[in-house]
Design a protein around this ligand. Sequence first.
Ligand code: NAD
Ligand code: ZN
Ligand code: ZN
Length: 341
Amino acid sequence: MKQAQVIKPGILQFAEIPDPTSRVLEDHEILLQIHTIGICGGDIHVMHGQHPFVTYPVIQGHEYGASVLAVGKHVTKVKPGDKATARPQLVCGNCPPCRKGRYNVCQNLRVQGFQAPGAAQKHFVVPEDRIIRVDNSLSYDDIAMIEPCAVGAHASSKTDLEGKNVVVTGAGTIGNLVAQFVQARGAKRVLITDVSDFRLRKAQECGIKYIANTAQERFEDAIKRVFGDELFQVGFEVSGAQPCITDLVANIEKGCDIVLVGVFSKPPFVDLAVVDEHEITIKGSMMYKHEDFELAGRLLSKGEINVKPLVTQRFSFDDFAEAYQLIDNNREICMKIIINL
Ligand SMILES: NC(=O)c1ccc[n+]([C@@H]2O[C@H](COP(=O)([O-])OP(=O)(O)OC[C@H]3O[C@@H](n4cnc5c(N)ncnc54)[C@H](O)[C@@H]3O)[C@@H](O)[C@H]2O)c1
Ligand SMILES: [Zn+2]
Ligand SMILES: [Zn+2]
């Protein structure tokens, strides 16, 4: 069986590995057939040698759409023929956060596709506790999007949104999904910002009503245009760009929450005097928990989250490496690239 491996930065190659169909499954194991794999920013960092926490070779594939081929004798959550995906987090279960149920910030966290082998191969075995059974009406593209959707589901669970005005900075795949979950959870008005018209158009195609290109319109003017005197009560930073966190801190209503999702490549400047004086709460949001995956699957099947406009390109498994060439040359117009197996 062929497995795609990033053997060192810039080089993706196929290796021949044993096919797990030839071994007996443990009682709680599930054999999946992988149909689609999504590529995200984290994968691109691995490919460019810019991921601080991996050692090569890296076997990618942490967001995927699969079907169940076979199950161990005690598996009850899925049966052969079901569509599924799985949460890629390997957690220790023993550290203080794990013992408090906060395994998404496990002190010994390893993520498949980064610090542990991912699913970039035809057949892949996962344990039942991380499986997500999904509605069979979902496409394998949609199922591969459950992982990034779960990031949005988790971030949007970090603060109360009912009736609030919300700004999401950054309209990449993750910002877009955060904004969609924020809308689904009952926010009043949601404004998404970016410096790319392409990405803002995608946001509108996904049903996010208010957009602002902050390369062309001042942030202060955009929030005035959208919220009038009401200002905004929640901010989500999903760009990793300094101007965004600066704008959110400077303009959010006093006493309100900012949730950080974007990863900053260098430590950002945050005016803590304003955070203090305005009693702003800044919260981190790291990946997701199992219930976020399940909510993502449910809202996708109900059509409350629209991921179709986000799939911008697709490649066959054999052409996996070409996907990265395209990304290198066309970063702005590449949102979710799907690899079809
Ligand atoms: N916390 C988590 O669990 C988690 C999970 C996945 C991704 N992330 C992070 O979330 C961020 C977004 O991920 P993505 O895949 O959507 O990345 P992306 O690079 O596709 O999106 C970032 C967007 O920010 C926009 N941007 C850049 N400068 C801006 C500015 N000054 N104002 C407004 N927008 C600006 C870019 O044009 C781009 O559309 C990344 O930093 C990623 O590492 C965090
Ligand atoms: Zn991802
Ligand atoms: Zn742990």
